[in-house]
Write a protein that binds this ligand. Structure first.
Ligand code: PHB
Length: 398
């Protein structure tokens, strides 16, 4: 029995309930028993402003797969890539393509907080295991949490909360927030506001433009008149490169310090050059983390891609680690929902960012580092928040 035979749109939970409690492997299909390849879908952006993020995630998934000899739970893994272009308008069609035409049995995806909602819905309805290797949309591990949905990245709230907290501790009382007007930018804005408030400051103004537009000039022109001591931001990928350059070119860099969720300077420093020097950000990863795991990971990633690893690569690597733990526990059966979830929920992931566990709503509980861009690296200069969990508000795990 495979989940792919379920009628799309029919709530799978009703169909699957009688299976609850049956031991892992007891229902393993003949295909699984014969070691048929496990079809793993990677739904990620391979084009558009987040293309480099998707590529690093995919490369790191494959890096870990190679380390495991290409197998999980005893089955060879066949990776099927699908480019979602970070386009929410095509998200449902892309998910149906992956689950229907491509018959994938588990999915790692995606980057964009709007696009991921189609994957979340499919996982809830059809029971296909989903591991989110980036998109920080809070709903996925709050009110829409489910036994089949896991995340190895963050909620948008987490890094931004750390940044706000660190800024307030530095004595900043008044800040502005600038971002793309979509779930990631707005939820990060809430985190920034909550963190800043908790340490004595306030966000006095929010400036926004539609995703993925880059017409920053009208917003930048307002900043000198706001009477703020700092500007916090969420941008990523190609948009972040352009934003940081234009912020400096507008002469703002030395007048109103720019900071943000760490994506602002993640995987982008080479292209941002001197414009990024000195920018402080908060994130669950930093370039200089000097641990054996991080050193080995970075050298493996560099050998494979000829590029330096970044947080996206780390999250992809950890998504593959987590899926491997789940499938090893079910002898390669991704439909064994309860044992799979139990094993993944209990996992302690030996991540390049530092070991982490998952909260009850399946989101990482993790250290948020304070970093400063120096000489082309995001150097860790402190800890913004230790063992930070997302509140997980509204998550009722069935
Ligand atoms: C998101 O849409 O959730 C998102 C995209 C890019 C990032 C971080 C979050 O770097």
């Amino acid at each position: 029995m495979t989940r792919n035979s379920f009628t799309p749109g029919v709530p799978r939970r009703a169909l699957a309930l009688p299976l609850a409690g049956i031991a892992a492997g007891a229902l393993a299909s003949p295909a699984i028993a014969q070691g048929a390849p496990l079809r793993l879908g990677l739904m990620l952006p391979f084009s558009g402003t987040f293309a480099s993020l998707g590529e690093n995630i995919a490369q790191a998934v494959e890096l870990h797969l190679n380390e495991r000899g290409g197998r999980m739970g005893g089955r060879p893994v066949q990776v099927i890539r699908l480019d979602d272009e970070s386009n929410p308008a095509n998200a449902v069609a892309n998910v149906n393509r992956l689950l229907g035409r491509d018959r994938v049995e588990a999915v790692i995806g995606t980057v964009h907080s709007g696009v991921v909602m189609a994957l979340v819905q499919a996982s809830r309805e059809r029971g296909v295991p989903l591991i989110i290797p980036n998109a920080g949309n809070a709903a996925a591990t709050r009110e829409l949490c489910a036994p089949t949905i896991f995340r190895t990245s963050f909620t948008n709230w987490q890094p931004a909360y750390g940044m706000g907290l660190a800024l307030g501790r530095q004595g900043v009382k008044r800040a502005a927030w600038i971002t793309w007007d979509y779930a990631a930018g707005n939820e990060a804005g809430e985190g920034f506001r909550d963190g800043l408030r908790a340490s004595g400051g306030e966000v006095v103004r929010e400036l926004k433009l539609p995703f993925p537009e880059t017409n920053f000039q009208p917003l930048l022109a307002q900043i000198p008149g706001l009477n703020v001591e700092a500007v916090g931001s969420f941008f990523a990928g190609g948009g972040a490169v352009q934003f940081v350059r234009e912020y400096a070119a507008a002469g703002l860099r030395d007048r109103v310090p720019l900071c943000g969720s760490g994506f602002l300077t993640e995987g982008t420093l080479a292209a941002q050059g001197a414009a990024a020097e000195g920018i402080r950000t908060a994130l669950h990863y930093g370039d200089g983390l000097d641990t054996p795991k991080n050193r080995a990971f970075r050298s493996g990633f560099r050998e494979r891609t000829n590029r330096d690893a970044d947080v996206y690569a780390v999250q992809g690597y950890d998504a593959a680690q987590l899926l491997g733990i789940g499938l090893d526990a079910t002898r390669g059966d991704p439909t064994a929902e309860q044992p799979l979830a139990r094993a993944m929920r209990a996992a302690r992931i030996d991540s390049p960012r530092g070991a982490f566990t998952l909260s009850p709503s399946h989101n990482p509980v993790q250290t948020i580092y304070l970093r400063e861009a120096r000489g082309g690296l995001n150097q860790v200069i402190g800890v913004a928040a230790e063992a930070l969990a997302d509140p997980g508000t509204g998550c009722r795990m069935a």
